[in-house]
Design a protein around this ligand. Structure first.
Ligand code: 13P
Ligand code: SF4
Length: 299
């Protein structure tokens, strides 16, 4: 059996689409119907006509797809594929913070669990966080869970941002020292970093971009060399879509364990057994849906 051919056959037979995040393994990126960042994937999930969405990414992304398309079956091929940053804040903790700052509105990064989204006014992704923060009708903003994305947004507004203390362990490992060494080695390269990086790394960057924005930026740029400050999985797409350009890791390679869990066999079994379907309480889908729809209106 050729597993890729089987996946394609099952996908057609069952009217399924495969959505893939930019950090997934190369062989998973190769079987995509849509490959993108969190924002692109959310939009795609909201508009698809397919009966089944197979989500190759992490749980919060599959939950986002389910919330935006509740009538569809959304499958997460590996049920343990969670995001440690999303687990850094609970709905209970957010409710307590809201009581402390009753005038503040809540902006939650999509990298949150569904019950936290349900307690939020609007969601954001790395691609639109600054826009959401600027446009939301509030002078005080509780921003969860990523302290680094919160501090990046604070640079663009005089509003008071109250950050939660969460972070991505993968991007935290990208250090100023590592980046400076890479810059020394490739002095003519442009440094593109993800806003989940810490402020010392962001300060060194030429551009601060979401994963898909890094792909688009490097395509349009007339520069030839780039240093990339994000999870290593993006390198496959950057190199594939930019022949003739050079991409180097800003420091040593950083891998997200959860993003690497999904294999072709998991996708195949997900399609055969229609496993593991995302289930969420109706009330959570409704409230979290409001916060996600609010985000989609801003962009
Ligand atoms: P984007 O692809 O939306 O930039 O997000 C990166 C990320 O960490 C997703 O887990
Ligand atoms: Fe979560 Fe970081 Fe992995 Fe993204 S890269 S899924 S934020 S742990």
């Amino acid at each position: 059996m050729n597993i890729v051919e089987e996946i394609v056959r099952l996908k057609r037979k069952k009217n399924a689409i495969i959505l893939v995040h930019n950090y997934q393994r190369p062989e998973i990126q190769e079987i995509d119907d849509f490959l993108g960042d969190s924002l692109g994937l959310a939009r795609e999930a909201a508009k698809t006509d397919a009966r089944i969405i197979v989500f190759c990414g992490v749980r919060f992304m599959a939950e986002t797809a389910k919330i935006l398309s509740p009538e569809k079956t959304v499958l997460l091929p590996v049920k343990e594929a969670g995001c440690p940053m999303a687990d850094m804040i609970t709905a209970e903790e957010l409710r307590e913070l809201k009581e402390k700052y009753p005038d503040a509105k809540v902006v939650s990064y999509v990298n949150t669990n569904a019950d936290v989204k349900a307690e939020s006014d609007v969601c954001c992704t790395s691609a639109n966080a600054v826009k959401v923060v600027k446009n939301i009708d509030a002078e005080e903003i509780i921003f969860t869970p990523d302290k680094n994305l919160a501090s990046y947004c604070q640079q663009f507004t005089n509003k008071k941002i109250i950050p939660w203390n969460g972070y991505c362990y993968v991007h935290e490992r990208i250090t100023k020292e590592g980046v400076l060494l890479a810059k020394k080695k490739f002095p003519d390269a442009l440094l593109l970093v993800h806003p989940e990086c810490n402020p010392a790394v962001i300060d060194l960057a030429d551009e601060v971009l979401s994963t898909s924005a890094m792909v688009n930026f490097s395509k349009e740029s007339d520069k030839k060399r780039f240093l990339i400050g994000t999870e290593e999985g993006l390198m496959h797409r950057l190199k594939k879509e930019n022949s003739g350009k050079e991409f180097y890791t800003a420091g040593t390679a950083k891998l997200c364990r959860s993003m690497k869990l999904t294999t072709l066999n998991d996708v195949y079994l997900a399609l055969v057994e229609e496993r593991y379907a995302i289930e969420l309480p109706e009330g959570i889908i409704k409230s979290a849906g409001r916060a996600l729809e609010a985000m989609l209106k801003y962009v």
